[in-house]
Write a protein of this length. Sequence first.
Length: 53
Amino acid sequence: MREEKSEEIANIITQTKAKGELNDKQQAHLKRRNSSPPRINNPFPRPNQPLYK
């Protein structure tokens, strides 16, 4: 499941970057997608560690 999601996210990122110039909404979407793979590998929230580094 994680690998499938990671591959899907990677495809979305490469397709979006291939379009060239991106507007603000597209850049925000791309930024959210870039932060997804590390969160997928963390199966549950860990309150003693921050999610973002």
